[in-house]
Design a protein around this ligand. Sequence first.
Ligand code: PLP
Length: 297
Amino acid sequence: METLGYYNGAIGLLDELRIPMNDRACWFGDGVYEATVSANYIIFALEEHINRFFNSAALLRMSPTITKTQLAELLNTLVHKVDSPTQFVYWQMTRGTAPRTHTFPEHTAPNLWVMLKPQVFKDIYQKIKLITVEDTRFLHCNIKTLNLLPNVLASEKAKQAGCVEAVFHRGNRITEGSHSNVHILKDGIFRTAPLDNLILPGISRAHIIAHCVKLGIPVDETPFTLEEMFEADEIMISSVSTFCMSASYIDGYQVGGKDPERLRQIQDAFLEEFYQFTQTANHSASGRKQSVHKHGT
Ligand code: PLP
């Protein structure tokens, strides 16, 4: 199959699978989701993504009817049904199916959705452009809910400006990107926003911190400001689909580019980990795009 949709056991192409209108995703976006990628049909950091998924569900008082192990088995089975070995692997759980009413419906089980489509990886060493956007989201950004309208609007604004990502700030404080976490390098220190209710606990963020520790790069998880970002030696965004890319422009101003060696160390370490994990490791960490393509997109 070129793409795959899964809904409570039914499987079909994404364009063809039908969803009941009373699924609470339609009325309220009442659900949580996860996203990662596969290469060589191996799903990257699956266990961590499933753990965050169950945590998001618990925070919304949703009780999955599937265990973590069963979910992992299901996803690992489904990726093999799609032609491309490199895929965007997305799943969500919604509170159930019931006529529209705000309170939780009784007598309905959660619905499980999976969406798989081919993934073309970006070159993580490429420099990107960013814009800044006031963060007007709610105060539960640590939960990976389906409600992403401010993120969608900010992302579209970035696209219109010819940029890859929008960096949110609450007043002067940088929170995260519209679909990434944001970090800086300054005076040899890796700085990233703390894990609180204002940001998503990114899996890539956690991996980068672990790499920094291994590389002997000090990590500072205290909030940083807009000014500190503009004056940083390097500015990075991270997510499962971008891994760790660095910025050369923010709001049209030239930024970063002052600590390329340390930046490269972090990027190489992340990429190498990805290759090892997905068993696409018979190469040096010098070009993710070519290497992953070599294994058959
Ligand atoms: N922050 C937001 C708002 C996101 O949507 C994402 C990814 O989708 C991230 C951060 C990065 O998370 P991860 O590294 O787990 O992909």
